[in-house]
Design a protein. Structure first.
Length: 363
């Protein structure tokens, strides 16, 4: 990445992107402009291949400039997050074109990200890509962090075959990543998930905040803060964190997860209709698939609000899902209560179990 002070030396000069790319030795360039109208500003950005001059991506971002510094920070975060996913797609295409049979550890780790972004079609192959990356380079912090995250998320969703062993393995991988690079923001976010599995939610929030301090565009930090506050049954804080993530990255591949976490905040508040609405919004996002935890929430909220047919369909879909490891209420509750034991969480889970019972999940 070239410093903006260097980039500014080209301002107003009649040079094309390919020439700038050669002079600075950069592969991609970001070009943009700003238009102002009253209290509003619209920033238009284009991502360009500096080797060919091809325009790879373009978008526009609208913001309120009543608070100029906050507006600038928000636009930078939104641009950074959007470009991250564009870079992954573009660089994978470049590697496939230029050296398809000679992938290094970083290439494989980036492919793992792409498979996770792609949705269900890529979820089965993503772990293997990170395994291959770590065989090539056991110190690749991206592959270590991704591997840890893929192991710990089923624990957080109360859908692990062996949550104790999974948490231990994920902690080992994340700790290795942080020992190699203590400033890798993504590893701090993954560590937050692990701390939640260990019933250490306040510490998880600190880790999420640390990840955001290192990289404000990593809105996964807001996601882990939201989930940790759900475990602590502080729904107002959940909604605040998730709404900020959605505002900063409105087209994020994790949008469905943001909606699901917000759905649980409403479930904690006993607002079953809102719970159902936000789970439905989650399934309407790009991946269009409901994860096992969301299916159980949908079943319980539907049953508690008297929608028995919908509750029964949700339980049927849940039990047919190969990812669903908790096949009974007791199995589910055992994992839920191992991750949090504060009185509000216990009361919430009693109501959750009541809904699952009414929906037809076996005891």
């Amino acid at each position: 990445m070239i410093a903006r002070s260097t980039a500014f030396t080209y301002k107003g000069k009649p040079l094309d992107v390919k020439q700038i790319g050669k002079e600075l030795g950069v592969r991609y360039a970001l070009e943009g402009s700003a238009q102002y109208s009253g209290s509003k500003v619209r920033v238009t950005a284009q991502f360009i291949d500096a080797e060919t001059g091809a325009h790879l991506w373009a978008d526009q971002f609208d913001a309120d400039r009543s608070n100029l510094l906050e507006m600038q920070d928000e636009i930078v975060v939104r641009l950074s997050r959007a470009l991250l996913f564009q870079y992954v797609a573009v660089d994978i295409a470049r590697v496939n074109r230029t050296r398809p049979g000679n992938l290094d550890a970083e290439d494989l780790a980036i492919r793992c990200i792409a498979d996770l972004i792609a949705g269900p079609a890529g979820w089965a192959t993503a772990p293997g890509l990170c395994d291959r990356a770590l065989q090539i380079d056991p110190r690749n912090v991206l592959a270590l962090s991704l591997s840890a995250e893929m192991i710990i998320i089923p624990v957080i969703l109360a859908q692990s075959d062996d949550p104790i062993a999974a948490t231990r393995r994920a902690d080992e991988l994340a700790s290795r990543a942080l020992a190699i690079d203590p400033n890798f923001d993504y590893a701090h976010v993954v560590k937050a998930w692990i701390l939640m599995a260990q019933n250490r939610h306040e510490e998880a929030i600190v880790e999420g905040e640390r990840g955001l301090a290192l990289n404000p565009s990593n809105v996964q930090g807001y996601l882990v803060i939201g989930v940790a506050n759900n475990f602590l049954c502080r729904p107002d804080r959940v909604v605040e964190a998730i709404d900020k993530a959605i505002r900063l990255s409105p087209r994020d591949p994790s949008l469905g997860s943001f909606y699901e976490v917000k759905a649980e905040a409403y479930f904690v508040m006993r607002q079953d209709a809102n719970t159902i609405e936000w789970i439905r919004r989650s399934t309407a996002t790009v991946h269009q698939i409901i994860d096992p935890y969301a299916a159980l929430m949908l079943a319980a909220a539907s049953a508690l609000s008297g929608q028995q047919a919908e509750a029964g369909e949700a339980i049927k879909a849940y039990l047919a899902d190969s990812r669903a490891k908790s096949r009974t209420i007791s199995q589910f509750q055992k994992q839920q209560l191992a991750m949090a034991d504060n009185p509000r969480w216990l009361a919430y889970n009693e109501r959750f179990a009541e809904g699952l019972r009414k929906a037809g999940l076996p005891e």
